[in-house]
Design a protein around this ligand. Structure first.
Ligand SMILES: [Zn+2]
Length: 217
C-alpha cells in the first residue's frame, strides 16, 4: 500500500538506574541462605607498604555470617590512587557499586550478582505530541544485566509475552534479541496501533508479569 503521508515520529529516552546494591550470590556456611547483601563497608588492612582491601557482605537471611570479598591483595600502597584509598576508608557505596561491576573481581571471589528488584527505569518526559512511531534509546546509568524482554515489558507496562507479540506483529523492532541479556545502551522502535484503545504490551497481563525491578523503593 502506497502511503505518501509523513509518519509522525517521536524520539525519547529511557534510563536504567540502580535503586540499591545487588545481592551477592554465595552459599552461606552457617545457614541455608545462598545470598549476601552489602552496605558498601570495606575493610582495609595495611602491612608496611602492602594493602589488603575487602568488601564486607552479610548473609541475607540474617544469620549473622559475614563474608569478605577480596578487592585488593597485597597491593603496593603507591600503586593506589589516594582518593580511592579515602573512599575505601569512607565506606563509599558508590565505590562498592564500582567494585561489584568488575567481572574479574566477581570471578576471583567465586560470586555472581542478583540484580532482581534493584533497578528502575526512568523515562524522559513525553512532550505530548501525537506520534505513530516512537524511537526510544535505552541507556544504562550502570551496567546492570537485564533481559531485553523484561526491560521492555517494564517500560511498556505490559508482559514479556506481550513484548514478544509486538515483535512478531512487526510493531516493535530492536537490533537486540528479546531473549538476550543486555547491560549496555540499545535502541528500539515502537509502532503504535492505528486504532485507539490498544496500549502497547497490553494484550494479556498475567499476575506477577511486571518484574520486581520496576518497583520503586
Ligand atoms: Zn546465613
Amino acid at each position: 500500500m502506497l502511503n505518501n503521508r509523513q509518519e509522525r515520529r517521536l524520539a525519547t529516552q529511557w534510563t536504567v538506574f540502580p535503586t540499591r546494591l545487588p545481592l551477592i550470590r554465595r552459599r552461606c556456611l552457617r545457614c541455608s541462605s545462598a545470598e549476601f547483601l552489602t552496605h558498601g563497608k570495606f575493610r582495609v588492612n595495611a602491612n608496611h607498604r602492602l594493602l589488603d582491601v575487602w568488601l564486607l557482605a552479610l548473609c541475607a537471611a540474617g544469620c549473622g555470617e559475614t563474608v569478605k570479598l577480596t578487592v585488593m591483595e597485597r597491593a603496593n600502597v603507591r600503586t593506589i590512587d589516594p582518593s580511592d584509598l579515602m573512599r575505601f576508608h569512607g565506606n563509599d557505596p558508590g565505590l562498592a557499586a564500582d567494585v561489584l561491576g568488575d567481572p574479574m573481581l566477581l570471578r576471583r571471589n567465586g560470586v555472581t550478582l542478583d540484580w532482581g528488584g534493584a533497578w528502575t527505569l526512568r523515562k524522559a518526559a513525553a512532550d505530548g505530541s501525537p506520534a505513530e512511531v516512537i524511537d526510544t534509546s535505552v541507556r544504562f546509568a550502570r551496567p546492570i544485566p537485564i533481559k531485553v524482554a523484561t526491560l521492555l515489558a517494564a517500560g511498556l507496562e505490559g508482559s514479556r509475552s506481550g513484548v514478544h507479540r509486538l515483535a512478531v506483529a512487526g510493531r516493535l523492532s530492536t537490533p537486540r534479541r528479546l531473549t538476550a541479556t543486555v547491560s549496555g545502551d540499545f535502541p528500539f522502535t515502537l509502532r503504535l496501533p492505528a486504532t485507539a484503545g490498544d496500549p502497547p504490551g497490553e494484550p494479556d497481563r498475567p499476575s506477577g508479569s511486571i518484574p520486581a525491578g520496576t518497583v520503586r523503593r
